[in-house]
Design a protein around this ligand. Structure first.
Ligand code: NAD
Length: 486
């Protein structure tokens, strides 16, 4: 068991090396399981922001001039290094986020490596199309956008960095990445690894800071594209700022996704999916199925099995691999979630399990289950981003579909039923970017991921991401004379 985090040696990574400027606002890095400060970084100053963008601009041209196969090789090598160092990277992620090592060992750097491998694999096969136009013809070139900015949330720091960097770099772009100020460390390790894998200095830079550093990056004229993972309020600001410069965006935002369980579902599996979709990463997952609609016929069976299974949650030191439930990422997030639990009580939901802060150090909260939740309650309408599951009752397919769609969010949805025709009928009508049938929250790199409605714009992963990190240039080629009216 590793008790010390392999902490990066400085705050930023610019033009191929670590950089520091202690005049930037200090940002203490807190271990959520103890509340102790275990590292310190500084927010990037305007001079560092300028250096990073200049380095990215310089690196991008040469990188784009390589063949796709050459770029892909670097990304695949980086994927291998990530996998070799998975344990160290997972330990950093656990120190930073508080997520159990049991999770980070399989879900964070590993998912990042999958993205680098996937986009490294298709980099050689990105290109345009030709069309014969009589004797003339046209062709398209798939070209990079230029310098892309990635801005991350705190729940999956290295995964988010990789999900953005891998398609961006595969397409021939450079990136300046700003991790969340709450979890600043692992992106620096990714920068080290990309360099070691053969990426030129300046191709992938990391700057620390809160919203103001993000805002300075988004509005800089050298930046062609912004990819944000964060909340809807931040998404609104970043989208508006990018719009002023007519910049391309990817927005991976929040959700309040429905998980719909019909009474013919296999109940054990449905309970497992509800646990995964509400309590993994202590509920701090954007696509979580936090509105669990259970058809009345199996409601009591579902709730009693679920309550029994919740006793299997092992809260404790997240660095202990036996722990399967960690703390909230921060005291602020803990207080937000506690306020929602209080509103659940006030609005008349029935508490079945949990509901309390755990006495002791760190930001631990019990996995919390409310039943008899109704559509108007705050816990059923607003994103909580914590371990609070709301169970709502329903009777018919049409009714549950209308209620599931009655939200401004549209990130994800799940359906549990043995009737596969009904499952496909449901997902065709659910307003969500990602749907699961008889499972929940699996996000392999082969499958596009992203939201509709307020939950986002664009898609990450799969070939779909290529559309969001490249542009098409059309070329008309005349083979004969030019006609003119006079
Ligand atoms: P947040 O919106 O507070 O911050 C996200 C990032 O944006 C941070 O790096 C922050 O510093 C930066 N930022 C804040 N203001 C900015 C501004 N004006 N300009 C530029 N950057 C700015 O989100 P969070 O609390 O870190 O993360 C939780 C949220 O992220 C939840 O709503 C969750 O649903 C969402 N999320 C979405 C996905 C997805 O893929 N759809 C994945 C993970 C998290």
């Amino acid at each position: 068991m590793t008790r010390t985090a392999p902490i990066p040696t400085a705050s930023h990574f610019i033009d191929g090396s670590y950089a520091e400027d202690a005049s930037g606002t200090p940002i203490p890095v807190i271990h959520p399981a103890s509340g102790a400060v275990f590292a310190n970084v500084h927010a990037a100053t305007p001079a560092l922001i300028d250096r990073a963008l200049e380095a990215a601009r310089r690196a991008q041209g040469d990188w784009a001039a390589l063949t796709g196969a050459e770029r892909g090789r670097v990304l695949r090598r980086a994927a291998e290094i990530l996998r070799e160092r998975n344990r160290d990277l997972s330990v950093i992620e656990t120190w930073d986020t508080g997520k159990p090592l049991q999770e980070t060992l399989v879900a964070d750097a590993a998912s990042g490596a999958d993205a680098l491998e996937f986009f490294g694999g298709i980099a050689a096969d990105l290109g345009g199309e030709t069309r014969q136009l009589g004797q003339d013809w046209s062709y398209t070139r798939r070209e990079p956008l230029g310098v892309c900015v990635g801005i991350g949330a705190w729940n999956y720091p290295i995964q988010i960095a990789c999900w953005k960097a891998a398609p961006a770099l595969a397409c021939g772009n450079a990136m300046v990445f700003k991790p969340s100020e709450t979890t600043p460390l692992s992106a620096l390790k990714l920068a080290e690894i990309l360099l070691e894998a053969g990426a030129p200095p300046g191709l992938f830079n990391v700057l620390q800071g809160a919203g103001e550093v993000g805002a300075a990056l988004v509005t800089d004229p050298r930046v062609a594209k912004v990819s944000l993972t964060g909340s809807v309020p931040t998404g609104r600001k970043v989208y508006a700022a990018a719009a002023a410069g007519i910049k391309s965006v990817t927005m991976e935002l929040g959700g309040k996704s429905p998980l719909i369980i019909f009474d013919d579902a296999e109940v054990e599996n449905a309970v497992s999916a509800a646990i995964n979709g509400n309590f993994y990463s202590s509920g701090q997952v954007c696509s979580n199925g936090t509105r669990v609609f259970v058809q009345r016929g199996i409601k009591e069976a579902f709730l009693s099995l679920l309550a029994k299974r919740l006793t299997g949650a092992v809260l404790g030191d997240p660095l202990d691999e036996a722990t399967n439930f960690g703390p909230m990422v921060s005291e602020g997030q803990l207080n937000i979630v506690l306020a929602y639990i209080a509103r659940g009580h006030e609005e008349g939901a029935r508490l079945i399990a949990g509901g309390n802060r755990v006495v002791g150090p760190g930001y631990f909260l019990e996995p919390t289950l409310f039943a008899d939740v109704t559509d108007e309650m705050a816990i059923a309408r607003e994103e909580i981003f914590g371990p609070v599951m709301s169970v709502l009752d329903f009777d018919t397919e049409d009714e549950v579909l209308a209620r599931a769609n009655a939200t401004e969010f549209g990130l994800a949805a799940g359906v549990f039923t043995r009737d596969l025709a009904r499952a496909h009928r449901m997902v065709a009508r659910l307003q969500a970017g990602t749907c699961w049938i008889n499972t929940y929250n699996l996000t392999p790199v082969e499958m596009p991921f992203g939201g509709s409605k307020l939950s986002g714009v664009g898609r990450e992963n799969a070939r779909a991401a290529i559309e969001h990190y490249s542009q098409v240039k059309a070329v008309y080629v005349a083979m004969g004379d030019v006609d003119a009216p006079f």
